[in-house]
Design a protein around this ligand. Sequence first.
Ligand SMILES: [Zn+2]
Length: 367
Amino acid sequence: MTKISDVISWFDQVAPRSLAAGWDNTGLLMGDWAIGVSKILFCLTLTNDVADEAVNLKAQLVVTHHPLPFKPIKSLNTGDLDGAILWKLANNGISVFSLHTRWDDAPEGINELLLKIASCRIMGPIVSSQGSEEMKLVTFVPKDGLEKVSAALFDAGAGHIGNYKECSFVLEGTGTFFGNDQSSPVVGEKGKRENVAEQRLEVVCPVSKTHQIVSALKAAHPYEEPAYDLVLLKSKPTGIGTGRIGLLQQPTSIAQLAGIFKSELGINKVVFAGNAHALISRIAVVCGSGASLMSQAFTQGAECFVTGEARFHDLVSAKEQGKAILLLGHYKSERFGMESLAEKVRMKFPKVEVVASKSETDPQIYL
Ligand SMILES: [Zn+2]
């Protein structure tokens, strides 16, 4: 039987833990990894109605977008709403799992799904995650010492690039030296300038392993004073990060763009600031409450910022900058993403009954 741990292992692949924002609270927030699972309920927010639905469904797991608990708790009792919900679920053997920002920014996650709705080409995140820090080590080795030095560097952890190991670059050249009376050169003589055929050997190495790699270089290099350079490399774009920038297939008016989101996501009204008839090509999307990324999105050339909700002053700011902001509603900008995730789980675990909550509704209503 499928266990909760099996489903969570799959979630870890689809939306890795490393994508979670630092302030977020994701993962198995309450429950038992080892329990078998035959019914899973998906929702955006774990409300009292959703908890009742999970109990009635006899689900073993609730997958919620917004984490519950979110803040650290010192007690869990029925004296407050969150405690009552969790106590009810615990009493019925129902675990709680949350992905939140991991799913927002995952490949094929909510932000990329929003771009897909608008038929956009994904250009990358609004804010890129930092790649791991790397150094480039360059050293100069006589030809017959090249194999030994290369092997020592590789063994110490140098030369890894993606799925490849033992990566290096070698270029022939000429090195010079003038050894003093205390020197004992391996090639040539001391007391005169020597020209020696050498190989320039380049390898990348993680900053965390620089010390071991340099030690390995000195141990394996035939020279008593091996020359080497260490260069800190700027981290490469990883393609992952927060929010997404997308390129529309053709210049589109913002009114048309709003119409696409309204029909695809079942939205009656959107909130908008800017010129609705301006033709735009580049948009930025952040599901939920994403306005804190608006300025960075505009800096990256986005002409319209699409998110769930924002403050009045965010709308003023967008308009003042000659840009546009389109608010889909927090619920509408994210709930469809949980239905999409539920469908993925349904395909992956066909023996598990997967239900998208029917009791959950958008609390924001226009009168
Ligand atoms: Zn949200």
